[in-house]
Structures are given as structure tokens and as C-alpha cells.
Design a protein around this ligand. Structure first.
Ligand SMILES: Cc1cc2nc3c(=O)[nH]c(=O)nc-3n(C[C@H](O)[C@H](O)[C@H](O)COP(=O)(O)O)c2cc1C
Length: 354
């Protein structure tokens, strides 16, 4: 499956790489930032409350916002009531979703206390009932997918919870399954279990032939990791979350390594500064200045990281962005950086250069 674009239902993606939903991180501005580098077959909204969508709360509408450049897009719903989830799916279909995804992996209290997210892995009949209701509500042209973990805990994982659920979800009409190789109890700790993802891949393949793709997810932070995930699990695609936060070009790299055997040159610091500017501008355009300032401050350390080399530290740019007061000053700091300022050049390294 290396270098083969994913097919989900009737939709052929441009690659087998996907941007993971990450609440608070994968807004429209970030999805477009990743897409502009290439290699993103599918990006997904953060988890959406069908109640919020149906009531039209501003927060839900902001999270569900998409546009023509943000295609194809998955909209991810969470909840435990089949009827409400079905209504939410219809809303998503009417508001630009290419694919609708059901969250069966979120470990956050607010979600599992209401029996949604990964709590659904403790109640497979309900999970399947939701998938059936959502599938029935959606037009045939919109594939349904589900994203899960290995199970609630080690016992459930050892008992093959994810493989069983995946097969039942396929029978209920899911056109692809994503598996994050951890249990709910692990949250984000411990190693992602590739062997357990492989078991889900095998179960779905045995059940359906190669008709339904399984997408592997967890701890992929480089193009080499993505290829290892595919080789070791047999998965048809790879989803990346945290590994993209400082390097939105990771999807391009993963796809290039699969299809050409080479990783393109990494972006220069000034190109990265340009990416930060356009990300920031989009956050202002799609939301507002306050939101953009807040999000940029929380993410600038990740974004700056690949700009540092052994000889040059871009920490002064990071410090400037954390301390400035308004958007104009952010643009000013980025301009100063592009003109050669706001960086520390290590004299010991430069004097050692030939
Ligand atoms: C801050 C954060 C928010 C997340 N939000 C969601 C979410 O809304 N829906 C979802 O299915 N998974 C969510 N996840 C899980 C990721 O999609 C992914 O499964 C997990 O981070 C493992 O992949 P990674 O190692 O590539 O990050 C979130 C993860 C993080 C770190």
C-alpha cells in the first residue's frame, strides 16, 4: 500500500496521508496551511457536537467552518445518541462534509461521561447502532468512517475489541476505519502498538478483502515513520496529528518518500516565517484577531523549532511573538525576521566555518 492513494467509498484521495482531528488545533486555517504544502489526502475537523451544530452555537459553527480550498474534508461527530448523531450527520452533509466520521476514541472526561468518544468501545452494540443510524441518514455519496482506539484498557485490547468493532462497523456501512494504536487508559502515554493496529487491518481484510481501508495512527513524526507504519501494520493509509504541528509539510514529505523515494528539501527559515504569516492571517480572516493572537502564542514554539539550526537560533522571533500586543506587531516581527533580524547567530559555529 506504499504510494497508493486511498479510496474511501467512491472518493479517491490524492494520497494515503491524512491530517488527524485535534481539538483546538486543526481549525480551517491549519488544515489549509497543511494542504498548501501538498500530500494531504484528507483533513478532518476537530470533534463536533451534533447538539451544537443543530442549535447553531457560534463555537460549533466556527469549528465546522470549511471552504473550497479545504477539500476533501471529513467532519467528525461525537455523541452517544443515534438519532442526534444522524441529525448531526445530515447537518454536516448539508454544510460541506465530503466524509462524516464518528469519534470512538476520545478519552476526555467531558466526552466519555456522556457515553461518547472512546466510551463507545465499551458498548459495541451502541457504537454499531450509531453507525447504522448515521449511515442511513447520509446520502449515498458521502462515506461514513469511524476513528477508534484499541479498546478501553489492556484487557479489552488483548480481547480484540478494536478488531471486533471494526468488522461490525464495516457491516454497519463504514467505508474506512482509523485506529490509534493506544487504549483509552494509555491516553497519549506509552508506545503506539503497531502490532495491535496490524490485527485490526488483518481482521478487516479477512472480512472484506481489500475493499475497506484501515488507517493507522499514532506517533508518526517523520516520513520514515509513516512508511514503517504501513510496512509493519499493512494499513492502507496513515493519519498524523501531533507530528504535523511544527511541520505542516510532513504530509508532502511522507507522500514524496513513498512515491519518489526522496524527501524534498526542508523549507528555509524565511519560507517558514511566510507560512506563519499566512496561517496567522487566515486565523484572523476566519475567526478574529484575538483568537489568532492566542493560538499563535500557544503554537509559536512548535512553529519556530524547525527554523533553528546549529548556527542560528530563532528564539528572539518566538519571544517577540509571545510578547507583542496586536496583529500589526506580529506582522512587524515577521517582517523584521525576514529582513535578517530577530535571530541569534552563534559566533563559535560561524567562525569555525571555512
Ligand atoms: C490536543 C489533541 C486533541 C485531539 N482531538 C481529537 C479529536 O477531536 N478527535 C479525534 O478523533 N482525535 C483527537 N485527538 C487524537 C488524534 O487525532 C490522534 O489520534 C492522536 O494524537 C495520535 O496521533 P499522533 O501521535 O499522530 O498525534 C487529539 C489529540 C490531541 C493531542
Amino acid at each position: 500500500m506504499i504510494g497508493v492513494p486511498l479510496q474511501i467509498g467512491d472518493i479517491t484521495l490524492a494520497s494515503n496521508m491524512m491530517l488527524a482531528p485535534m481539538a483546538g488545533y486543526c481549525d480551517l486555517a491549519w488544515r489549509i496551511t497543511c494542504r498548501r504544502y501538498g500530500g494531504v489526502g484528507l483533513a478532518c475537523t476537530d470533534l463536533l457536537s451534533p447538539h451544537g451544530l443543530l442549535r447553531g452555537t457560534q463555537q460549533s459553527l466556527d469549528l465546522a467552518r470549511t471552504d473550497d480550498e479545504d477539500q476533501p474534508v471529513g467532519m467528525q461527530l461525537y455523541g452517544s445518541d443515534p438519532a442526534i448523531m444522524a441529525e448531526g450527520a445530515i447537518w454536516a452533509a448539508d454544510h460541506g462534509a465530503t466524509i462524516v466520521d464518528i469519534n470512538m476514541g476520545c478519552p476526555v472526561d467531558k466526552v466519555v461521561k456522556k457515553d461518547g468518544g472512546s466510551k463507545l468501545m465499551c458498548d459495541l452494540p451502541r457504537a454499531v447502532e450509531i453507525a447504522k443510524a448515521v449511515r442511513k441518514a447520509l446520502p449515498d455519496s458521502i462515506p461514513l468512517t469511524a476513528k477508534m482506539r484499541l479498546g478501553w484498557d489492556d484487557r479489552a485490547a488483548a480481547d480484540g475489541c478494536a478488531a471486533r468493532l471494526a468488522v461490525e462497523l464495516v457491516d454497519a456501512g463504514c467505508a474506512a476505519i482509523t485506529v490509534h494504536g493506544r487504549t483509552t487508559e494509555m491516553r497519549f502515554k506509552g508506545e503506539c502498538r503497531l502490532d495491535a493496529i496490524a490485527e485490526v487491518v488483518e481482521a478487516v481484510r479477512t472480512h472484506t478483502g481489500n475493499r475497506i481501508p484501515v488507517i493507522g495512527n499514532g506517533d508518526v513524526t517523520s516520513a520514515e515513520d509513516a512508511i514503517e507504519m504501513i510496512r509493519r501494520t499493512g494499513c492502507a493509509g496513515v493519519m498524523i496529528g501531533r507530528g504535523s504541528l511544527g511541520r505542516p509539510w510532513i504530509f508532502r514529505d511522507c507522500w514524496a518518500l513513498q512515491t519518489t523515494g526522496q524527501i524534498p528539501p526542508q523549507p528555509e527559515p524565511n519560507e517558514i516565517a511566510e507560512m506563519i504569516r499566512s496561517f496567522f492571517e487566515m486565523m484572523i480572516r476566519y475567526r478574529n484577531e484575538r483568537y489568532a493572537m492566542h493560538k499563535l502564542r500557544t503554537r509559536i514554539s512548535w512553529l519556530i523549532k524547525p527554523m533553528n539550526t546549529r548556527a542560528v537560533s530563532c528564539r528572539p522571533l518566538r519571544d517577540a511573538i509571545i510578547h507583542v500586543k496586536d496583529a500589526g506587531q506580529v506582522f512587524g516581527a515577521l517582517d523584521e525576521f525576514r529582513a535578517g533580524g530577530l535571530r541569534l547567530v552563534s559566533t563559535s559555529t560561524s567562525s569555525a566555518a571555512p
